[in-house]
Ligand binder design. Sequence first.
Ligand SMILES: NC(=O)c1ccc[n+]([C@@H]2O[C@H](COP(=O)([O-])OP(=O)(O)OC[C@H]3O[C@@H](n4cnc5c(N)ncnc54)[C@H](OP(=O)(O)O)[C@@H]3O)[C@@H](O)[C@H]2O)c1
Length: 336
Amino acid sequence: MSLLIVGATGTLGRQITRRALDEGYKVRCLVRSLRKAAFLKEWGAELIQGDLCKPETLPPALAGITAVIDAATTRPTDSLSIRQLDWDGQVALIQAAKAAKVERFIFFSILDAEQYPEVPLMEIKRCTEQFLAESGLNYTILRPCGFMQGLIGQYAIPVLEKQAVWVMGDSSPIAYMDTQDIARFAVAALQKPETINRTFPVVGPRAWGGYEIIRLCERLSGREAKVSRMPIGLLRAFQKGLRFFQWGWNTADRLSFTEVIATGKPLTASMDETYAVFGIDPQEITTLESYMQEYFSRIMKKLKELEYEREKAKEKARKKRSPFKSATAAKSATKK
Ligand SMILES: NC(=O)c1ccc[n+]([C@@H]2O[C@H](COP(=O)([O-])OP(=O)(O)OC[C@H]3O[C@@H](n4cnc5c(N)ncnc54)[C@H](OP(=O)(O)O)[C@@H]3O)[C@@H](O)[C@H]2O)c1
């Protein structure tokens, strides 16, 4: 089976690529920049340059492909709008895959997308799910709600660096999952006919609130967090203000995600059916405690090594500067 992975340079896409290669699939990745994607080539993937917003680049990328795994989405730093990529670009990919007679199409949406029509990305995901379901392709839709990887920059690093950790008051707890585990579901779907034309939640073992994650980071790092509370009303006002400026539309669309976490309703779902259908043992899924524990023990070891090296260098410099040392050295030189 030959795979085309779209969004392979992303947080999730790279884990899917790694997993698919490890399982022996022939993998092609559609990438915008060959230079930025060089690591995927080193892993053993074939690279093809393309862009979801340039539909003419899609048929060559799909030639000879049996299955597509689509983990592309708008980068917050990109000039493209959510509509241009997550709707127009995804529609173009689905149509091109259909024309290329691709046998399977795995798409990443977001948990509970249909419940937030006022949030642009959620509404676009819901529409894309529907468009894919009506396309005639053999599809599987996976719906994560949060990646553990995102928690490192949001909580772990600020705690370590004694910087402010921002939390939104009364925000919804989220059932984060490690992207390596999410990748397992995406690749497993290819071999499970029972997953065809179905939609599954792909979420972590339990939902975690912001303060709980901070306490976990404090316990594992042995450092106290500087917590700053961001009132939800302030974010809403900021988002409304951004709508007045065209350059702010993309950011405003992203900030409207506030509405999802402002409900206070946990973003989680039962995974019983997903585990059963995909044949994956829930005991093998990484918990947030073990993910963070692994991160902190690795980073604390590194910090200790750096501290040791720094002390050693200081000691060496101190010995060099010591007047006793130079006096003793001068004396022994005179004796000789
Ligand atoms: N992050 C989360 O917490 C979360 C939660 C629920 C669901 N999801 C879904 O999971 C999927 C993966 O998310 P992620 O966070 O891993 O994404 P990400 O890290 O932001 O990566 C986005 C990927 O899309 C590619 N891309 C962007 N514009 C493109 C274009 N015009 N043509 C082709 N490729 C393009 C990027 O390539 P470049 O390297 O060239 O920019 C990158 O590989 C998405 O469908 C997302 O909606 C994410």
